[in-house]
Design a protein around this ligand. Structure first.
Ligand code: AMP
Length: 186
């Protein structure tokens, strides 16, 4: 899985890393945005949360991810989760359902200072990237990410990576940091 505050570069690096490692890539944000666009039941449920920069309820997200991962392709190739978990509750439920930490190699944690993340988000222009919503998303993340990191750290899964600078440099740092964690898949 790949973590980091909104704007830290999870999406960009996640797509790239999944391609590099041959993993199926799931962005929960992208899944929700598609569902909202298609006006499905999930989309109608998620829309007010996403538009306000709030988190969609944990039970909804845990079910969504479980469902997404239950395909032969994922079993065959492995997966990279981008944007999940966002809370310690999501991580706990996920690890419990997947029979513990053995099913997970690493949680890459891209670290970018909040002011730089805010600058990147405001330059991006997505629907939920207005200044008010961006600030709220950063505030929600600041509240949730401490307990989430502590939990993943305790399980020896957290792989911190400096997210500052160039996209290629960050990607190179991720590969280096992941090296000792990749025994199960290489
Ligand atoms: P992202 O594309 O990861 O920035 O996600 C965009 C929005 O989707 C977030 O601001 C949340 O409203 C929602 N979202 C994405 N992933 C999650 C998650 N794991 N838990 C709760 N809400 C989420």
């Amino acid at each position: 899985m790949i973590l980091g505050r909104p704007g830290a570069g999870k999406g960009t690096q996640g797509v790239r890393l999944a391609r590099h490692l041959g993993l199926v890539h799931f962005s929960t944000g992208a899944i929700l945005r598609r569902a909202i666009g298609a006006d499905t039941d999930l989309g109608r449920l998620a829309r007010p949360f996403v538009e306000a920069g709030e988190l969609v309820p944990d039970e909804v997200m845990v079910d969504l991810v479980e469902h997404a991962l239950a395909t032969p392709e994922v079993v065959e190739s492995g997966y990279l989760l981008d944007g999940f978990p966002r809370t310690a509750e999501q991580a706990t439920a996920f690890l419990a359902r997947r029979a513990g930490t053995g099913s997970l190699d690493a949680a890459i944690d891209i670290d970018l200072p909040a002011d730089e993340a805010r600058r990147r988000l405001l330059g991006r222009g997505r629907n939920d990237d207005t200044p008010e919503v961006v600030d709220h998303r950063l505030a929600v993340d600041a509240e949730e990410s401490g307990p989430l990191r502590a939990l993943l750290q305790r399980d020896g899964l957290l792989v911190p990576v400096d997210g500052r600078g160039d996209e290629d440099d960050v990607f190179a740092r991720i590969l280096t940091a992941l090296d000792p964690h990749r025994s199960r898949r290489s």
